[in-house]
Structures are given as structure tokens and as C-alpha cells.
Design a protein around this ligand. Sequence first.
Ligand SMILES: Cc1ncc(COP(=O)(O)O)c(C=O)c1O
Length: 415
Amino acid sequence: MTNHTYPALHSSRIQASVHHNTNTDFSLRNSLQAFTLSMDLMPGGVNSPVRAFKSVGGQPIVIDSVKGSRMWDITLITIRKMICETNELCRFKTKILIMHCAMEIMAWLLFSVVLATLAETMKKGTSVGAPCLLENTLAEMVISAVPSIEMIRSVNSGTEACMGALRLARAFTGKQKIIKFEGCSHAMLILFLLRQLTSNTLTALFNDILAIEKLFENHKGEIAALILEPAVGNSGFIVPKLEFLDTIRKIIKENNALLIFDEVMTGFQLSYGGAQEYFGIVPDLKTLGNIIVSGLPVGAYGGRRNIMKMADTLSGNPLAMAAGIEAQKLIKEAGTYEYLDEVTGELVQGILQVGKRSGHSFDLAKFASFYRGMLEQGVYFASSQFEAGFTSLAHTTEDIKMTIAAAERVLRQIG
Ligand SMILES: Cc1ncc(COP(=O)(O)O)c(C=O)c1O
């Protein structure tokens, strides 16, 4: 191992809460030092491949702290955390004007309430290894939000949730084969398990109904489940054709297989009830990720009672459950999703308009230049052109205006 020294993370964290430095002319020296060290410690220097900046070039920024729509790197520079990509779904929804101010206050409130709740819960222990009441409370909240979930199993990550749902589908149907779509990620581990190790994985292109009909014809009685992201967020943003979800729902039922919605990315984002509510299609099982608990490492899968009764594995960490309960209370408030739709619509339309004004057509090849330009302006997007982003309740209309103005400056500069 090379002999690097650690940057002063602790002292910078303390100062970060005091100085909200808005200077965007940041130096990457400390990030480079930390990242060079991490290259020796972790494959690729990261624990999630997209964070290595391979798609956008340059070196990753190492983050010290985050609050609302702001992030601070380890040299204490403010980066506005604005992860959002073209979201076609906004167009389908009616925009309702609501009190923005109330939403912003709610987002800040959630942040402090979650922290306070975590501090209180931690005093009782970080893991109990036995049932705790918080598990019931959060399970009731998610079940009442999502009609297709009659019973739920909490796990530690979205990956685990997907693996659990697939294992359950195989156990319930007594069949082995799984259909997945090209471009739907379900996490790297699932890709590895499904594509490299077994011949029980069948793949098709998203929105290709004929391919699904053929697979069920060619593998009659062998297919346990079809798993998909109901709106794809890991290969750019792909919206399902209107008849697509409806038709595959019918085919799957006719073949006694299960439909699994992987909603690690879309759950509680598309709408309160998720893709099921948004598209009006009911899956047999559905997976959720850390959105349930405002960012702590958690996943869950749930569905019909008769299927879920066969579910194995367990988790239900009390800290994650406590944070989840506070997050669920907030997102249930009236106006939450209307606000998110509105700020997302403003952001997407704003960037598209400045793109047109600066003479750009939609061009994925330009993403890396756009990305790095935005970073220099202090705006942090997901570091891959294929990864969808989201607005949150913490994003204010000021954030949106500032991001669009930054995009205009960057787009005018890049050729
Ligand atoms: C659609 C989808 N499924 C599953 C996962 C895996 O979730 P986790 O990173 O919590 O394991 C992800 C991660 O981003 C995802 O986007």
C-alpha cells in the first residue's frame, strides 16, 4: 500500500456546519489525495461503480457532509446537490400550485426530526437481534401506502430486496427461469448472479411485447417471474409504452408466473403508491430501497399475503425503522408529490429550453463536458448519462433557477 496521509476529515466536518462557503472555485487536491488512497483499498476506489466518474472523466469529489440540497466536499466547498435528468413523466401530470415555502420548511423539519429520532433510538441500541415495535409501525405505514403490498419483509439494501423477491418467486411457483430486461439494473449483484452463473435468465428489450410472448411460448411452464423497473432509470430514462405494462401483466397471469416491480428507484418517487398507482398496474411483488427511510441503508420487498408467507431472511434494524417512520409521515402530507412534479417540470423544461437557445440538440456524447462544466458551477448531478436523477423536497425554486442559469452558462461554452 502506498504511504498516503488522511485529510483532516474530522475538523472539516465541524467547520462545514459553520461556514456555508459558496465559493465554487474549488480545489480538488484533498479529494485527489483521499481518492488515490481509496484506489488501494477498494476495487476502483469506490463502493458503487458509478461514483468513480468513469462516464464523465476526471476524478470524483469526496464528500464530507450533506444537508438539504447542499453538499460539502472535504475541502469545505458548497456543491449544490441537484440530481435530476429529463423526466418525461412530469408531462403526464397536472401541475397544482402549492405553498412552496411550506414544503421547504417540511424538508428541513424532516432532516432535523430524523436526526433527533436516530439519536434517541441509538440510545436504546443499534441492533436488537429480536423483534422491535418500530418494525410493525413502519410495515403498517408502507402497507397502507402501497395497495399491492399486503405483507412486507425489510432487508438491508435494494440488492437484497431484489434477490429475496426472486428467490421467493422461485419458491412460490416451483419454477426456475426469470425474465429481465436489458438495461434494468436491479443492482450489480443481480446482474452477476443472473447473467454469469445461471442459464435460467432470459432477457428481452424493454417495451418489446412480442419478445415476451415468444419467451413464454418457448419456455412454457418454466418461467417463475418477470422482474423490471416499471420506468427505467438505469439506462437513461425510459417510460413504458401505454400498452406494455398492461399486456405483460396479462401474459404473466396466464402463465402462472409472478410480476415483480423493482421500485428501488421509483418507489415513493413516481407517486405515493409508486408505479402501481401511477400506471394502474398491480404487481405480485415489489421491491423498495432506501427511499423508504430517507437514505439509510435499507431495502424491502412485499406483495400478496399468500406469496409473502414463504419469504425468508430478516433484518429490520431499529435505526432504519425509526428514520423510516419519520420519512413516511412527511411524504404522506398533502402537496408533496405536486411540489415534486412542479420543481422537476421547471428544471427539466428550463434545461431543455436553455439547451435549445444555445443551439444544442439532445446529444449523450456531450454529457461528460456538460457534467464537468456543471460541477465547476457548483452543481452535482449523478455521474453517468444513464442514471436518472430526482428532485427532493429540499430543492427550492431558487435552487432550480440557479441550476438552469448554470446550465445556460455551461451549454454556451461547450461546442
Ligand atoms: C432499480 C434498482 N434496483 C436495485 C438497486 C440496488 O439497490 P442497493 O444499492 O440499495 O443495493 C438499485 C440501486 O441503485 C436500483 O437502481
